[in-house]
Design a protein. Structure first.
Length: 133
């Protein structure tokens, strides 16, 4: 039997079935709207209005999209942390190298001062000997 035959032969049954279908679709859309995250509504439009997908199926798809989005954010954060860590490590290394170079310069300066002091003392010692003679 076709819809046209049902409508012609039994209009009351046809209208009951039609009203039941409308009611079920309204309930399906209400259930979907209740769980739907606006962030994913546009991406899920096709499933929402296909008349077949249940609220549970759409919710599952929405969770998949949320999970994927969170994974992408986590990967970006990991990359950022890694890059920040590398940058911080490089800065620390540069500071340490700078400190080592500074320390070497200070040691060299101290050695030069000590050598100059030793030279001055040797000169003074020589002058004192001459004065004493």
């Amino acid at each position: 039997m076709t819809l046209e035959e049902l409508k012609k032969d039994n209009p009351n049954l046809f209208n009951e079935v039609l009203e039941l279908g409308k009611k079920e679709e309204r309930e399906r859309l209400k259930a979907i709207n209740k769980i739907l995250n606006p962030e994913f509504a546009k991406e899920l439009q096709e499933k929402i209005y296909d008349g077949k997908s249940t609220a549970e199926e759409i919710e599952l798809e929405q969770y998949r999209k949320m999970f994927k989005l969170q994974q992408e954010k986590l990967n970006q954060a990991k990359t950022s942390i890694f890059e920040d860590g590398v940058s911080l490590g490089k800065q620390t290394l540069e500071l340490e190298v700078g400190e080592v170079e500074k320390s070497k310069e200070e040691q060299k300066r101290k050695q030069e001062e000590e050598q100059l002091k030793a030279d001055m003392e040797a000169m003074l010692s020589g002058v004192r000997r001459r004065v004493d003679e």
